[in-house]
Design a protein around this ligand. Structure first.
Ligand code: FES
Length: 95
């Protein structure tokens, strides 16, 4: 097996990404590994994570979660403010 061992998502950033987007379907990165946050770039391959489709029916301002621990999925709920400080680099975005 050559999969990436990840039980939890990586924290891409401890903040949200506010973006105004046109109607359409976007794929939110749930693993935290994408280099194109908040969107999936395929880096999840080999993990148990998959991108979350976000369908917008009209132009909209979206506050995307970047810490990947929001209880609201792709939407920031402020969880990044209460995450413990990193004890190691296991769940931090690789440099
Ligand atoms: S790169 Fe993270 S879900 Fe695809």
């Amino acid at each position: 097996m050559n999969g990436k061992r990840m039980d939890k998502p990586c924290i891409a950033a401890r903040k949200s990404a506010k973006m105004e987007l046109a109607a359409g379907t976007y794929y939110w990165c749930s693993c935290g590994l994408s280099r194109n946050q908040p969107f999936c770039d395929g880096s999840h391959q080999g993990t148990k994570f998959v991108p979350l489709p976000v369908k917008l029916t009209e132009r909209q301002l979206v506050s995307f979660c970047l810490c990947k621990y929001s209880a609201k999925g792709h939407l920031c709920d402020g969880s990044h403010k209460s995450l413990p400080p990193p004890l190691n680099e296991a769940n931090s975005h690789p440099a």
